[in-house]
Design a protein around this ligand. Sequence first.
Ligand SMILES: [Zn+2]
Length: 61
Amino acid sequence: MKTYACGTLVPGCSWTARAETEADLVARAAAHLREAHGETEIRPDMIERIKERITEADDAA
Ligand SMILES: [Zn+2]
C-alpha cells in the first residue's frame, strides 16, 4: 500500500490518499489537484513531484 499527502506539496492541504500502485495514486492526486486546487493542466514535472512524495503506507495503520 502506498500513500500520498497533498500537504507535502500544497502547504495547508490535509488531503491524503492511499492506493495499491504508484500509478493509481498519481492519478488520484492529479484529480485532486484539478478539483481542489484549480490545476487545469497536470504537467510532467508535477507528476514527478507527486512521485517523489509517495511513501510506503503501514498496512496496519
Ligand atoms: Zn490538496
